[in-house]
Design a protein around this ligand. Structure first.
Ligand SMILES: Nc1ncnc2c1ncn2[C@@H]1O[C@H](COP(=O)(O)OP(=O)(O)OP(=O)(O)O)[C@@H](O)[C@H]1O
Ligand SMILES: [Mg+2]
Length: 279
């Protein structure tokens, strides 16, 4: 497509632009909760993430947007301990995550809602939720798990109604709620979500975004990967745009929503409109 070649985002120049207010809007004396520096991730010889630097401060919602294959899920897998083949630095609350396996990452306070949900279809909704607390089950922290279950079902009452039903029989939206609920059972301080809106109707997407805003107001910090850039940037404080393994643009959510290149490439606006604007 024509606009892909002259958008400034998709032309592989990988020249990062930082929109003007990004670094000054919040005081930097708040040490970021998650700090990623020069992250490079490898599948064998292939480098899928090529030196990404980003940060998430406590209480923020940060959106990662970008085309298919740009490295968003790879970054999430590296932070979660699922992909150990990376170099650079991932610091969570000042602690280096290098060498930590997924259970250790969960115990440290990070929980992932994976792409495609990955619920366990034949198991009941209840058992899927309990599995989210598996790092604490071993310690027999039953009361704590019970409390987490109450919090999750207060957030998603429909899950309680479906407790004994096989998870595979839930609707797409309900399965996404289950995947989020399961992650919350681990009592994270940082929630990673990989495309929670995928395949869902607009009203359900809105509901999911409302829940994320509510969770943030309750103190949770959120890193949100989304193809649905508009939905993500509507609730996010800041965002990063990925292109072929690099960050090509970062800014406040408002700045990104107003950016011509972002509008053109990710917000589904009519190309003609931009043609006129750019004359
Ligand atoms: N297991 C794997 N082995 C080899 N290459 C992989 C593997 N997983 C991902 N890749 C490659 O790494 C690159 C980044 O993929 P990734 O899944 O992180 O992209 P993404 O931004 O999440 O895309 P999408 O929006 O489609 O989910 C792609 O080129 C992909 O083909
Ligand atoms: Mg992905």
């Amino acid at each position: 497509m024509k606009y892909r070649n002259d958008s400034g985002i998709n032309d592989n120049r990988a020249e990062k632009r930082v929109l003007p207010f990004t670094d000054n809007r919040q005081p930097d004396n708040i040490y970021p909760m998650l700090r990623i520096r020069n992250l490079k991730c490898f599948y064998g010889q292939i480098m899928a993430v090529k030196g990404i630097t980003l940060s998430v401060k406590e209480g923020e919602i940060i959106a990662l947007i970008g085309a298919n294959g740009s490295g968003k899920s790879t970054l999430m897998a590296s932070v979660s301990g699922l992909l150990p083949t990376w170099t650079g630095e991932i610091l969570f609350e000042g602690k280096n995550l290098k060498g930590m396996d997924p259970p250790a990452v969960v115990k440290s306070g990070i929980s992932l809602v994976p792409e495609g949900r990955l619920i366990f279809p034949p198991m009941s909704v209840y058992d899927n939720l309990v599995l989210g607390a598996y790092t604490r089950l071993r310690k027999k922290a039953r009361e704590d798990v019970q409390q987490a279950m109450e919090t999750v079902t207060a957030l998603f009452p429909i899950l309680k109604e479906r407790f004994s039903q096989p998870a595979g029989t839930l609707s797409g939206g309900e399965q996404q709620m289950l995947a989020i609920g399961r992650s919350l059972m681990a009592r994270p301080r940082l929630l990673l979500l990989d495309e929670p809106s995928m395949g869902l109707a607009p009203l359900v997407v809105e509901k999911i975004m409302d829940v994320l805003e509510l969770l943030r107001s309750q103190g949770l910090t959120i890193l949100l990967v989304e193809q649905n850039a508009r939905a993500a940037l509507t609730i996010a404080d800041r965002g990063y745009v990925f292109e072929t393994g690099s960050v090509v643009l970062e800014g406040s959510a408002d700045e990104l929503l107003a950016d011509t290149n972002v509008k053109r490439a990710y917000l589904g606006k009519d190309y003609e409109e931009f043609d006129d604007e750019n004359r």
